[in-house]
Design a protein around this ligand. Structure first.
Ligand SMILES: [Zn+2]
Length: 75
């Protein structure tokens, strides 16, 4: 009854917030474009050649200073 318009407004507001949050993030393809084909010395001391079938896999350790290591050194 009287609540229906309020609920509709709340739904619209939550949809707007979700849309804003979605726009705050770039697509992962952008990150791939930046690193594609690179050869790097990692923080663990190992090397990686990206887009190479037998190359190391890498992990990004998040924090104030990013740390990028190979997955062999991850655990
Ligand atoms: Zn390593």
């Amino acid at each position: 009854m009287n609540e229906a318009p309020d609920n509709r407004n709340r739904i619209r507001e939550s949809e707007r917030i979700a849309e804003d949050q979605n726009h705050a993030y770039e697509d992962c393809e952008r990150l791939k474009t930046l690193i594609r084909g690179g050869k790097y010395r990692l923080d663990c001391g190992h090397h990686v050649t990206l887009n190479h079938h037998f190359g190391n896999n890498i992990a990004i350790i998040n924090g104030k200073d990013l740390k990028i290591i190979c997955t062999l050194c991850l655990y």
